[in-house]
Design a protein around this ligand. Structure first.
Ligand SMILES: [Fe+2]
Length: 313
């Protein structure tokens, strides 16, 4: 098939953050110049949105590769994958039989995604871009909200920038789940895997800096639990201000792409006991990082609740 050469159109969604991209058929192979334009737009805007992509599972994964190494989604013993491609993370509220999930703990796990978070911040191997393709949207308002963690950092008072310079946070997947109501205790969390992450991250793709927290962030190294959480909560609330937030709505075929290294996000509320939502996600590893191919499975296997975490983000 001949490469596609068409102008890329960039339509900003706000002054500093988010853009809708169009003019290129991304279900077809792309030439290197177009790929470079798409990467540059992603680095510039942090979130990009494509409408009516025509992508299926295979072409979703194929397109994702322009951003780098596509991670394998976690697999769980006795829980066969729903999708044809092992790189697709399950962001649906439906089970393998196509029914809406009614397991209350699994629903609480999904509810954790309605808190502001950064995908994979609980992993030492960070994720960069995430490409979320809508296969079926509920017939109600069910957006994704994205926050601009670079502008939020830029706008911090200098005293706060000085205070957080060089700080490290400990991130734990089940901490956000506990905050969303999942039944677990601080003591149980202590036995779960944690990742150490800088509070201020250098976003190498843009040369800017970003706040790297969200609700997987459990503690600040070197601070008491109370002091650390107060700081995390303050910075998360700062970043979640309306002036840093955009909202993306979906119809089947639409795709949002966000860079976890310069954004945080949360799923919008909707009645997930009534309406189906079929969203599938690929995840790109941070550039230049070496890791085992299947480290998501390894991490979730370390949790006794791995099966319930099969919607792991
Ligand atoms: Fe997420």
């Amino acid at each position: 098939m001949a490469p596609t050469v068409k102008p890329l159109t960039v339509t900003p969604l706000s002054e500093r953050f988010g853009a809708e991209l169009s003019g290129v058929d991304i279900s077809c192979p792309l030439d290197e110049a177009t790929k470079a334009e798409i990467r540059a737009a992603q680095d510039r805007w942090g979130v990009t949105v494509w409408r009516d992509t025509g992508l299926d599972d295979a072409s979703h994964v194929a397109f994702s590769r322009l951003f780098g190494h596509v991670e394998l989604a976690p697999r769980h013993a006795g829980n066969p994958p729903r999708f044809s491609q092992p790189e697709l993370f399950d962001a649906t509220n439906i089970d393998a039989a196509g029914k809406i999930i009614d397991n209350p703990n699994r629903r609480l796990i999904n509810a954790g995604n309605r808190l502001w978070h950064i995908d994979s911040s609980y992993m030492e191997v960070r994720s960069a871009q995430a490409l979320l393709l809508c296969h079926e949207a509920p017939p109600v308002h069910a957006p994704t909200f994205f926050a601009d963690t670079r502008s939020a950092y830029d706008d911090l008072p200098q005293a706060m920038k000085d205070r957080i310079e060089g700080l490290t946070a400990r991130h734990c997947y089940f901490y956000s789940r506990m905050k969303a109501g999942y039944p677990t205790t601080e003591e149980e969390l202590d036995a779960m895997p944690h990742a150490h992450q800088p509070v201020v991250l250098d976003h190498k793709a843009s040369g800017r800096r970003s706040l790297y927290l969200g609700n997987h962030a459990r503690d600040i190294v070197g601070m008491s639990r109370e002091e650390g959480r107060a700081l995390i909560d303050e910075l998360n609330a700062w970043t979640a201000q309306d002036r840093y937030v955009i909202e993306v709505n979906y119809s089947a075929g639409d795709m949002s792409i966000w860079d976890n290294l310069c954004t945080m996000h949360r799923a919008g509320e909707f009645d997930d006991t009534t309406y189906r939502r079929d969203m599938r996600r690929t995840t790109i590893r941070e550039a230049g990082v070496e890791a085992a191919d299947d480290h998501f499975t390894t991490l979730f296997a370390a949790s006794k609740r791995a099966a319930e975490a099969s919607g792991g983000r």
